[in-house]
Design a protein around this ligand. Structure first.
Ligand code: SF4
Length: 400
């Protein structure tokens, strides 16, 4: 059984106004633009962090190295703001240590302003075969504090296509400041004209401690209310489907056969190993998170050995997951997928009356042994998930 490798590259050259992801500013970049006023950790040496990531890979116990890699995903942060030779080095080390499937999916996220023909060719040469571009919006990007213009995003897609890239995701966001149906229609029209194989479209989450969260609290922009959010989401579903995209997850659409295999495997419960600051791993019954601060990550990786299979010895937090925790994970990830999840994974621990009730309300479908959210259920996934979690029996009450 193979596994997925996730590599977290925590560096950014500007902090977007809505961002509370694990990331740090690259050195010698001022944090003055786009409302970014929060103090940031300035780190001095991305190369040293990549060395520590390489060392972490080499330190893996033999048992964890014996399984082939099916998918690799470079996420961030901004993987495209570091020299591609660093990404190539991680891939070279991974190929030395693991068997790779012949058709392994190797993805990287990128920001449009970093995408040049030389950058693309360096990554293609390293073996990357899927690119995910953070466009976010053509019409309402201003308050987000992104570095690129809409035109630069279009140019980046042109460079990728010219280089022969045939597996491309574009990220959009919705429920943005000052966004209504007209602005969303422009975003969707521009995106569809670029004809990516895959589209991710997430609603903006306002975090109170970000500049945009503070703008919201101060009433600086109009933000869509809940009923508008729902209308925008439905517009996205309808427009993408009429353009030939199939929705396969709450926030993801793809041309037939072009789903993101890496994310699908994770949502379906496969093991994955996360390398780099703040990376999360799930391996058998263990879950762990690496230290978010690159300096701390480097210090811990340099100071530890990884003597046997188990959580990373330099993890900031680790846990073992019991049957109850496993059930919650199954629901968390399985309800995201339109193909639903196999009820058998819950060993009879999900109460039938809850499933029946949600089916009667038209929010859940059930076919054979699978259950999933219906179209009306998707926008209220969080509340359905909470009801399903409440309907779980304790593991000792299993009905097998
Ligand atoms: S590029 Fe991504 S990770 Fe970096 S600041 Fe912007 S949203 Fe956050």
């Amino acid at each position: 059984m193979g596994f997925s490798l996730y590599v977290h590259i925590p560096f950014c050259v500007r902090i977007c106004t809505y961002c509370d992801f694990p990331r740090v500013l690259l050195p010698n970049v001022t944090a003055t633009s786009a409302g970014t006023t929060a103090p940031e950790t300035f780190i001095q040496d991305p190369e040293a962090t990549f060395s520590a990531m390489t060392r972490a890979l080499r330190a893996l116990p033999a048992d964890m190295r014996s399984r082939p890699v099916d998918t690799v995903f470079f996420g961030g942060g901004t993987p495209s703001c570091v020299p591609p030779v660093l990404i190539a080095g991680i891939l070279r080390t991974a190929r030395e240590l693991f068997a790779f499937d012949d058709d392994a999916e190797i993805s990287t996220e990128a920001n449009p302003e970093d995408v040049s023909p030389a950058w693309i060719h360096a990554l293609l040469d390293a073996g990357v075969n899927r690119f995910s571009l953070g466009v976010q919006s053509f019409a309402c990007a201003g308050p987000l504090g992104r570095r690129h213009t809409p035109q630069r995003a279009i140019e980046a897609v042109g460079h990728l296509r010219d280089a022969g890239v045939t597996n491309l995701n574009l990220d959009l966001m919705f429920a943005l400041p000052e966004q209504g149906q007209a602005e969303l229609a422009r975003d969707l029209a521009e995106l569809i004209a670029l004809s990516p194989e895959h589209v991710s479209c997430y609603g903006l989450t306002l975090e109170p401690e970000t500049p945009l969260g503070r703008d919201y609290a101060a009433g600086r922009y109009l933000f869509p209310e809940d009923d508008v959010w729902l209308e925008l989401y439905r517009t996205i579903q309808d427009r993408l489907e009429s353009a030939g995209y199939e929705q396969y997850e709450i926030s993801n659409w793809a041309r037939p056969g072009r789903e993101c295999r890496h994310n699908l495997r994770i949502w379906e419960g496969a093991d994955y190993l996360g390398i780099g600051p703040a990376a999360v791993s799930r391996w058998r019954r263990w879950r762990w998170t690496e230290p978010a601060d690159p300096a701390e990550y480097r210090r811990r990786v340099e100071g530890c050995l990884w003597p046997q299979e188990g959580p990373s010895p330099w993890a900031a937090a680790s846990d073992t997951v019991d049957d109850g925790g496993e059930d919650i994970e199954t629901l968390l990830t399985g309800t995201r997928l339109l193909r639903g999840f196999d009820l058998g994974r819950l060993h009879g621990r999900l109460r039938e009356d809850c499933i029946c009730d949600l089916r009667t309300k038209g929010l859940l479908w059930q076919t054979g042994g699978r259950v999933g959210l219906t179209r009306p259920g998707l926008p209220v996934a969080d509340s359905i998930l909470a009801q399903l979690v409440d309907a779980l029996r304790a593991p000792e009450e299993s009905v097998r």
